[in-house]
Design a protein around this ligand. Sequence first.
Ligand code: DAH
Length: 358
Amino acid sequence: MSDITAIEQEALAAIAAAGDLAALDAVRVAELGKKGRVSGLMGALGKMSPEERKAQGPLLNTLKTRVDEAIRVRKAALEAAELEARLVTERVDLTLPPAPGPGEGALHPVMQVFEEIAAIFGDMGFTVAEGPDIEDDWHNFTALNFPLGHPARETHDTFFMKAMEGDTPKVLRTHTSPVQVRTMMEEKPPIRILVPGRVYRNDWDATHTPMFHQVEGLVIEKGIHMGHLKGCLIDFVKAFFEVDTVVSRFRPHFFPFTEPSAEMDVKYSRKGDAIEIGEGDRWMEILGCGMVHPNVLRNCGIDPDVHQGFAFGMGVDRLAMLKYGMPDLRPYFEADPQWTRHYGFSPWLTPSVSGGLS
Ligand code: DAH
Protein backbone atom coordinates (compact mmCIF):
# COMPACT_ATOMS: atom_id res chain seq x y z
CA MET A 1 0.00 0.00 0.00
CA SER A 2 1.39 3.38 -0.93
CA ASP A 3 1.98 6.01 1.72
CA ILE A 4 -0.78 8.20 0.38
CA THR A 5 -3.41 5.45 0.58
CA ALA A 6 -2.34 4.68 4.16
CA ILE A 7 -2.57 8.34 5.13
CA GLU A 8 -6.01 8.61 3.58
CA GLN A 9 -7.30 5.57 5.43
CA GLU A 10 -5.89 6.82 8.69
CA ALA A 11 -7.36 10.27 8.24
CA LEU A 12 -10.78 8.95 7.27
CA ALA A 13 -10.78 6.63 10.29
CA ALA A 14 -9.89 9.53 12.60
CA ILE A 15 -12.68 11.63 11.07
CA ALA A 16 -15.21 8.86 11.54
CA ALA A 17 -14.07 8.38 15.14
CA ALA A 18 -14.37 12.08 16.06
CA GLY A 19 -17.23 12.14 18.56
CA ASP A 20 -17.83 15.88 18.63
CA LEU A 21 -17.04 19.08 16.75
CA ALA A 22 -13.94 19.82 18.85
CA ALA A 23 -12.45 16.38 18.14
CA LEU A 24 -13.24 16.78 14.46
CA ASP A 25 -11.54 20.14 14.36
CA ALA A 26 -8.45 18.61 15.95
CA VAL A 27 -8.32 16.09 13.08
CA ARG A 28 -8.75 18.89 10.56
CA VAL A 29 -5.84 20.83 12.07
CA ALA A 30 -3.66 17.71 12.23
CA GLU A 31 -4.25 16.93 8.54
CA LEU A 32 -5.12 20.13 6.73
CA GLY A 33 -3.93 22.86 9.11
CA LYS A 34 -0.87 24.95 8.26
CA LYS A 35 1.40 22.41 9.91
CA GLY A 36 -0.82 19.45 9.15
CA ARG A 37 0.33 16.19 7.62
CA VAL A 38 -1.46 16.56 4.27
CA SER A 39 -0.47 20.20 4.03
CA GLY A 40 3.13 19.17 4.66
CA LEU A 41 3.02 16.69 1.77
CA MET A 42 1.50 19.34 -0.50
CA GLY A 43 4.27 21.74 0.51
CA ALA A 44 6.91 19.14 -0.36
CA LEU A 45 5.67 19.09 -3.98
CA GLY A 46 7.66 22.26 -4.63
CA LYS A 47 10.91 20.48 -3.90
CA MET A 48 10.26 17.53 -6.19
CA SER A 49 11.62 17.00 -9.66
CA PRO A 50 9.09 17.80 -12.41
CA GLU A 51 8.50 14.10 -13.14
CA GLU A 52 7.93 13.27 -9.49
CA ARG A 53 5.62 16.22 -9.13
CA LYS A 54 3.62 15.12 -12.16
CA ALA A 55 3.09 11.71 -10.58
CA GLN A 56 2.49 12.82 -6.98
CA GLY A 57 0.54 16.06 -7.60
CA PRO A 58 -2.78 14.53 -8.69
CA LEU A 59 -2.59 11.86 -5.97
CA LEU A 60 -2.01 14.44 -3.24
CA ASN A 61 -4.76 16.66 -4.61
CA THR A 62 -7.19 13.77 -4.51
CA LEU A 63 -6.10 12.99 -0.95
CA LYS A 64 -6.67 16.56 0.14
CA THR A 65 -10.10 16.72 -1.53
CA ARG A 66 -11.23 13.45 0.02
CA VAL A 67 -10.12 14.39 3.52
CA ASP A 68 -11.71 17.81 3.12
CA GLU A 69 -14.99 16.31 1.93
CA ALA A 70 -15.06 13.68 4.70
CA ILE A 71 -14.59 16.42 7.31
CA ARG A 72 -17.42 18.47 5.80
CA VAL A 73 -19.83 15.53 5.81
CA ARG A 74 -18.89 14.53 9.37
CA LYS A 75 -19.26 18.14 10.52
CA ALA A 76 -22.79 18.40 9.15
CA ALA A 77 -23.73 15.13 10.86
CA LEU A 78 -22.25 16.21 14.20
CA GLU A 79 -24.00 19.60 14.03
CA ALA A 80 -27.33 17.97 13.31
CA ALA A 81 -26.84 15.57 16.23
CA GLU A 82 -25.86 18.44 18.52
CA LEU A 83 -28.99 20.41 17.56
CA GLU A 84 -31.14 17.35 18.07
CA ALA A 85 -29.67 16.85 21.55
CA ARG A 86 -30.27 20.51 22.43
CA LEU A 87 -33.85 20.38 21.23
CA VAL A 88 -34.47 17.42 23.51
CA THR A 89 -32.80 18.89 26.61
CA GLU A 90 -33.88 22.52 26.22
CA ARG A 91 -37.57 21.86 25.79
CA VAL A 92 -39.81 24.30 27.70
CA ASP A 93 -43.22 23.23 28.91
CA LEU A 94 -45.39 26.18 27.94
CA THR A 95 -48.42 24.71 29.65
CA LEU A 96 -46.83 25.07 33.10
CA PRO A 97 -48.47 27.89 35.08
CA PRO A 98 -46.04 30.54 36.33
CA ALA A 99 -44.93 30.36 39.92
CA PRO A 100 -47.14 32.71 41.95
CA GLY A 101 -45.50 35.70 43.56
CA PRO A 102 -43.90 38.97 42.57
CA GLY A 103 -42.49 37.56 39.34
CA GLU A 104 -45.92 36.93 37.88
CA GLY A 105 -46.84 39.16 34.93
CA ALA A 106 -50.20 40.81 34.44
CA LEU A 107 -52.10 41.87 31.37
CA HIS A 108 -52.27 45.65 30.98
CA PRO A 109 -55.84 46.94 31.39
CA VAL A 110 -55.78 48.34 27.84
CA MET A 111 -54.99 44.89 26.45
CA GLN A 112 -57.71 43.40 28.66
CA VAL A 113 -60.22 45.92 27.32
CA PHE A 114 -59.15 45.18 23.72
CA GLU A 115 -59.89 41.52 24.44
CA GLU A 116 -63.23 42.31 26.04
CA ILE A 117 -64.35 44.49 23.12
CA ALA A 118 -63.25 41.86 20.61
CA ALA A 119 -65.18 39.19 22.54
CA ILE A 120 -68.38 41.26 22.51
CA PHE A 121 -68.22 42.16 18.81
CA GLY A 122 -66.91 38.70 17.95
CA ASP A 123 -70.17 37.39 19.38
CA MET A 124 -72.01 39.65 16.91
CA GLY A 125 -70.11 38.22 13.94
CA PHE A 126 -67.29 40.75 13.65
CA THR A 127 -63.75 39.63 12.87
CA VAL A 128 -60.59 41.46 13.92
CA ALA A 129 -58.66 43.38 11.22
CA GLU A 130 -55.39 45.25 11.51
CA GLY A 131 -53.40 47.78 9.51
CA PRO A 132 -50.01 49.51 9.62
CA ASP A 133 -49.14 52.19 12.20
CA ILE A 134 -47.21 54.09 9.52
CA GLU A 135 -49.83 55.07 7.00
CA ASP A 136 -49.93 57.09 3.80
CA ASP A 137 -51.89 60.29 3.45
CA TRP A 138 -54.40 58.70 1.09
CA HIS A 139 -55.52 55.96 3.51
CA ASN A 140 -55.39 58.18 6.62
CA PHE A 141 -57.14 61.20 5.09
CA THR A 142 -57.98 61.48 1.40
CA ALA A 143 -59.88 58.21 0.94
CA LEU A 144 -61.80 59.00 4.14
CA ASN A 145 -63.16 62.14 2.49
CA PHE A 146 -60.75 64.63 4.06
CA PRO A 147 -59.82 66.55 0.89
CA LEU A 148 -56.43 68.32 0.77
CA GLY A 149 -56.66 71.55 2.71
CA HIS A 150 -59.81 70.43 4.54
CA PRO A 151 -59.86 71.99 8.04
CA ALA A 152 -60.64 68.61 9.67
CA ARG A 153 -57.10 67.52 8.81
CA GLU A 154 -55.77 70.21 11.14
CA THR A 155 -57.70 68.83 14.12
CA HIS A 156 -55.67 65.64 14.08
CA ASP A 157 -52.27 67.10 15.16
CA THR A 158 -50.58 64.69 12.80
CA PHE A 159 -47.03 63.39 13.18
CA PHE A 160 -45.46 63.46 9.71
CA MET A 161 -42.58 61.19 8.74
CA LYS A 162 -39.66 62.50 6.72
CA ALA A 163 -40.63 62.00 3.07
CA MET A 164 -38.63 59.75 0.75
CA GLU A 165 -37.39 61.62 -2.30
CA GLY A 166 -40.17 62.51 -4.70
CA ASP A 167 -42.77 61.09 -2.31
CA THR A 168 -45.42 62.65 -0.06
CA PRO A 169 -44.62 62.25 3.64
CA LYS A 170 -46.09 59.24 5.41
CA VAL A 171 -47.87 59.82 8.71
CA LEU A 172 -48.23 57.97 11.99
CA ARG A 173 -51.89 57.06 11.63
CA THR A 174 -54.05 59.50 13.58
CA HIS A 175 -56.94 57.05 13.89
CA THR A 176 -57.83 53.43 13.11
CA SER A 177 -60.23 54.51 10.35
CA PRO A 178 -57.70 53.89 7.50
CA VAL A 179 -58.16 50.17 8.18
CA GLN A 180 -61.77 50.64 7.00
CA VAL A 181 -60.33 51.73 3.66
CA ARG A 182 -57.77 48.92 3.49
CA THR A 183 -60.46 46.32 4.22
CA MET A 184 -62.99 47.68 1.72
CA MET A 185 -60.29 47.77 -0.98
CA GLU A 186 -59.44 44.12 -0.36
CA GLU A 187 -62.71 42.45 0.55
CA LYS A 188 -66.16 42.34 -0.94
CA PRO A 189 -69.24 43.06 1.22
CA PRO A 190 -70.66 41.81 3.49
CA ILE A 191 -67.98 43.18 5.81
CA ARG A 192 -68.03 43.22 9.60
CA ILE A 193 -64.70 44.14 11.11
CA LEU A 194 -63.34 45.36 14.39
CA VAL A 195 -59.98 47.12 14.40
CA PRO A 196 -58.02 47.48 17.62
CA GLY A 197 -54.84 49.51 17.32
CA ARG A 198 -52.42 52.21 18.34
CA VAL A 199 -52.90 55.73 17.02
CA TYR A 200 -50.76 58.86 17.31
CA ARG A 201 -51.33 62.58 17.71
CA ASN A 202 -49.04 65.38 18.78
CA ASP A 203 -50.82 66.02 22.07
CA TRP A 204 -49.51 65.63 25.63
CA ASP A 205 -51.27 66.60 28.88
CA ALA A 206 -53.09 64.99 31.82
CA THR A 207 -55.72 63.38 29.58
CA HIS A 208 -53.83 63.03 26.27
CA THR A 209 -50.80 60.96 25.34
CA PRO A 210 -49.05 61.10 21.95
CA MET A 211 -49.83 57.40 21.45
CA PHE A 212 -53.20 56.06 22.46
CA HIS A 213 -55.53 53.19 21.58
CA GLN A 214 -58.68 53.04 19.50
CA VAL A 215 -61.10 50.42 18.33
CA GLU A 216 -62.81 50.96 15.02
CA GLY A 217 -65.83 49.10 13.73
CA LEU A 218 -67.17 48.79 10.21
CA VAL A 219 -70.23 47.02 8.82
CA ILE A 220 -70.98 47.04 5.08
CA GLU A 221 -73.99 45.09 3.89
CA LYS A 222 -77.10 45.65 1.80
CA GLY A 223 -79.85 47.62 3.51
CA ILE A 224 -77.86 48.71 6.57
CA HIS A 225 -79.33 51.76 8.32
CA MET A 226 -78.97 53.88 11.43
CA GLY A 227 -81.22 51.52 13.41
CA HIS A 228 -78.63 48.74 13.04
CA LEU A 229 -75.91 51.09 14.23
CA LYS A 230 -77.87 52.13 17.30
CA GLY A 231 -78.89 48.61 18.26
CA CYS A 232 -75.38 47.29 17.84
CA LEU A 233 -73.75 50.04 19.91
CA ILE A 234 -76.34 49.98 22.70
CA ASP A 235 -75.87 46.20 22.99
CA PHE A 236 -72.14 46.74 23.09
CA VAL A 237 -72.27 49.32 25.90
CA LYS A 238 -74.52 47.07 28.01
CA ALA A 239 -72.23 44.10 27.55
CA PHE A 240 -69.05 46.09 28.11
CA PHE A 241 -70.15 47.82 31.32
CA GLU A 242 -72.00 44.67 32.41
CA VAL A 243 -75.28 46.49 33.12
CA ASP A 244 -78.86 45.71 32.03
CA THR A 245 -79.96 49.26 31.30
CA VAL A 246 -78.15 51.90 29.33
CA VAL A 247 -79.86 55.19 28.59
CA SER A 248 -78.19 56.62 25.52
CA ARG A 249 -78.55 59.36 22.96
CA PHE A 250 -77.00 59.87 19.53
CA ARG A 251 -76.06 63.54 19.27
CA PRO A 252 -75.45 64.91 15.74
CA HIS A 253 -71.78 65.56 15.06
CA PHE A 254 -69.41 65.94 12.13
CA PHE A 255 -66.90 63.43 10.79
CA PRO A 256 -65.80 63.70 7.16
CA PHE A 257 -66.14 59.96 6.56
CA THR A 258 -69.69 59.47 7.83
CA GLU A 259 -73.03 61.08 6.95
CA PRO A 260 -75.00 61.43 9.11
CA SER A 261 -72.48 61.39 11.96
CA ALA A 262 -73.15 61.21 15.67
CA GLU A 263 -71.52 60.98 19.04
CA MET A 264 -73.01 58.45 21.41
CA ASP A 265 -73.62 59.67 24.96
CA VAL A 266 -74.66 57.48 27.86
CA LYS A 267 -76.17 58.44 31.18
CA TYR A 268 -74.08 57.96 34.28
CA SER A 269 -74.09 58.77 37.97
CA ARG A 270 -71.36 59.55 40.43
CA LYS A 271 -71.23 57.65 43.72
CA GLY A 272 -68.40 59.27 45.66
CA ASP A 273 -65.31 58.76 43.54
CA ALA A 274 -66.89 55.97 41.52
CA ILE A 275 -68.77 56.35 38.26
CA GLU A 276 -71.71 54.13 37.34
CA ILE A 277 -72.54 53.93 33.66
CA GLY A 278 -76.07 53.31 32.40
CA GLU A 279 -78.39 55.54 34.37
CA GLY A 280 -78.12 58.78 36.29
CA ASP A 281 -78.35 62.49 35.82
CA ARG A 282 -75.35 63.23 33.60
CA TRP A 283 -74.37 62.48 30.02
CA MET A 284 -70.98 61.16 29.00
CA GLU A 285 -69.69 60.94 25.44
CA ILE A 286 -68.20 57.55 24.73
CA LEU A 287 -67.73 57.14 20.98
CA GLY A 288 -68.13 58.57 17.47
CA CYS A 289 -70.16 56.86 14.77
CA GLY A 290 -72.21 57.30 11.63
CA MET A 291 -73.30 55.93 8.27
CA VAL A 292 -70.32 55.47 5.94
CA HIS A 293 -70.16 58.45 3.56
CA PRO A 294 -70.97 57.56 -0.08
CA ASN A 295 -67.68 59.23 -1.13
CA VAL A 296 -65.74 56.81 1.08
CA LEU A 297 -67.57 53.82 -0.39
CA ARG A 298 -66.85 55.09 -3.91
CA ASN A 299 -63.18 55.74 -3.10
CA CYS A 300 -62.95 52.07 -2.09
CA GLY A 301 -64.74 50.71 -5.16
CA ILE A 302 -68.09 50.00 -3.47
CA ASP A 303 -71.30 51.23 -5.11
CA PRO A 304 -73.26 53.25 -2.49
CA ASP A 305 -76.49 52.55 -4.36
CA VAL A 306 -76.02 48.84 -3.66
CA HIS A 307 -74.24 48.65 -0.30
CA GLN A 308 -74.49 50.80 2.78
CA GLY A 309 -72.76 50.64 6.09
CA PHE A 310 -72.04 52.09 9.44
CA ALA A 311 -68.82 52.75 11.30
CA PHE A 312 -67.76 53.70 14.78
CA GLY A 313 -64.60 54.57 16.63
CA MET A 314 -63.78 54.76 20.31
CA GLY A 315 -60.90 55.62 22.59
CA VAL A 316 -59.95 52.50 24.49
CA ASP A 317 -57.77 54.14 27.15
CA ARG A 318 -60.68 56.17 28.46
CA LEU A 319 -63.10 53.21 28.31
CA ALA A 320 -60.63 51.24 30.44
CA MET A 321 -60.37 54.15 32.91
CA LEU A 322 -64.17 54.32 33.17
CA LYS A 323 -64.72 50.61 33.57
CA TYR A 324 -61.93 49.91 36.03
CA GLY A 325 -61.99 53.16 38.01
CA MET A 326 -58.51 54.33 37.05
CA PRO A 327 -58.36 58.05 37.67
CA ASP A 328 -55.19 58.90 35.76
CA LEU A 329 -53.94 58.09 32.26
CA ARG A 330 -50.24 58.65 32.88
CA PRO A 331 -49.45 55.43 34.82
CA TYR A 332 -50.59 53.48 31.73
CA PHE A 333 -47.23 54.14 30.18
CA GLU A 334 -44.95 54.16 33.23
CA ALA A 335 -44.53 50.38 33.49
CA ASP A 336 -44.68 50.50 37.30
CA PRO A 337 -45.00 46.85 38.38
CA GLN A 338 -46.99 47.80 41.45
CA TRP A 339 -49.58 49.59 39.33
CA THR A 340 -49.67 46.74 36.83
CA ARG A 341 -50.16 44.21 39.61
CA HIS A 342 -52.99 46.27 41.08
CA TYR A 343 -54.84 47.11 37.85
CA GLY A 344 -53.61 44.27 35.63
CA PHE A 345 -55.41 41.04 34.72
CA SER A 346 -54.48 37.40 34.65
CA PRO A 347 -53.15 36.62 31.19
CA TRP A 348 -54.68 33.13 31.47
CA LEU A 349 -58.32 34.19 31.67
CA THR A 350 -59.56 35.08 28.19
CA PRO A 351 -62.67 37.27 28.27
CA SER A 352 -65.73 35.79 26.61
CA VAL A 353 -69.35 36.81 26.42
CA SER A 354 -70.58 33.49 27.77
CA GLY A 355 -67.79 32.86 30.29
CA GLY A 356 -67.54 36.42 31.62
CA LEU A 357 -65.62 39.47 30.53
CA SER A 358 -63.68 40.51 33.59
N1 DAH B 1 -61.73 58.36 13.51
C1 DAH B 1 -62.44 59.16 14.51
C2 DAH B 1 -61.42 59.84 15.41
O1 DAH B 1 -60.36 59.36 15.60
C3 DAH B 1 -63.37 58.30 15.33
C4 DAH B 1 -64.51 57.81 14.54
C5 DAH B 1 -65.68 58.53 14.52
C6 DAH B 1 -64.43 56.65 13.80
C7 DAH B 1 -66.77 58.12 13.78
C8 DAH B 1 -65.53 56.22 13.04
C9 DAH B 1 -66.69 56.98 13.06
O2 DAH B 1 -65.49 55.12 12.31
O3 DAH B 1 -67.76 56.56 12.32
O4 DAH B 1 -61.71 60.87 15.93
